[in-house]
Design a protein around this ligand. Structure first.
Ligand code: ZN
Length: 296
């Protein structure tokens, strides 16, 4: 009996080591291909929207609909997924790209997304599998940024503690879909404490805290050799008109914090010379190269 248990334990350890070493081998091979930093733009479809939720009118915006995007940042030391889309690959309704899918948020409000391509096939087309992703960071917890999060629960999750606490509170925020990220509760988690968190230790990929939209909302700075530096906005802005007209969404956790975060980020942009990429800006998103093409 005891010997049987020992055998099982030994077999289990061997299996664990085998799985772990396989994971490392896969990671090494996909990272080795990349000598310098790359940014892949992943298309997450189009989200129906109402500019009034952002204190704007239809005349203020070029298009009322919003883009949904996720980004794969491939660094020689690891691979970061920034945001995880609005519709999980496993919940897509039949019909594929171009079909409108209804989504219910935690608070019962409905939203409509015109499907783009599924997320994992975009990774695969770029030469990566979900298992290759070493780090996951979400700009914030709203449903249109978390859809495929569970597929990356094996990665190290980089999150401010206050954001994680809100996500797993007894009563989570109304704008989430809890089921899309429940697996993250068991993820290896690194709490972001610095205002600027240097993901790979060389200053090229930095998560910058920009709270207010949610408790721990953040933006992502990526310093690319050819393209130059870009700043992925999260939901600090949705439409360019929020920036030019100084308008705030109507549903911030703290408008005061968002105002301060915007001032802080604008100063950061001036200091670094980074280009601001407003993730939800549909006309701008359409102009970007999409995976498997990439920015470097
Ligand atoms: Zn959003």
């Amino acid at each position: 009996m005891v010997r049987n248990c020992v055998w099982r334990l030994a077999a289990g350890i061997i299996l664990l080591v085998a799985v772990a070493s396989t994971g490392v081998a896969q990671l090494a091979s996909s990272s080795r291909e990349v000598q310098s930093l790359r940014l892949y733009v992943l298309d997450g479809g189009v989200l129906a929207s109402d500019p009034a939720r952002y204190r704007l009118t239809a005349d203020d915006v070029e298009e009322t609909a919003l883009a949904v995007a996720a980004y794969l940042i491939v660094h020689p030391r690891g691979i970061l997924l920034w945001d995880a889309g609005a519709i999980a690959d496993g919940e897509r309704i039949p019909g594929g790209t171009g079909v409108e899918q209804r989504v219910l948020r935690h608070d019962g409000e409905e939203r409509f997304v015109t499907l783009g391509p599924a997320l994992v096939p975009q990774l695969n087309a770029s030469g990566f599998a979900p298992a290759d992703v070493t780090h996951l960071a979400l700009s914030h917890y709203h449903w249109d940024h978390t859809a495929n999060a569970n597929a990356f629960a094996h990665a190290t999750w980089l999150v401010p503690e206050i954001e994680r606490d809100a996500m797993f509170a007894d009563e989570p925020p109304g704008g989430v879909r809890l089921a899309t990220y429940t697996a993250l509760e068991q993820s290896r988690t690194v709490f972001i404490t610095d205002d600027e968190h240097d993901v790979f230790g060389d200053g090229t990929v930095i998560i910058k805290q920009a709270p207010g939209h949610t408790e721990g909302h953040a933006v992502l700075y990526v310093k690319l050799a050819q393209t130059g530096s870009v700043l992925l906005s999260g939901d600090l802005y949705h439409y360019p008109a929020e920036r030019t007209l100084g308008r705030l969404p109507t549903f911030e956790v703290s408008e005061e914090q968002t105002r301060r975060a915007r001032e802080d980020v604008e100063a950061f942009l001036s200091r670094t010379g980074a280009a601001l990429w407003i993730q939800h800006d549909l006309p701008a998103h359409r102009r970007l190269k999409k995976a498997p093409e990439y920015y470097d």
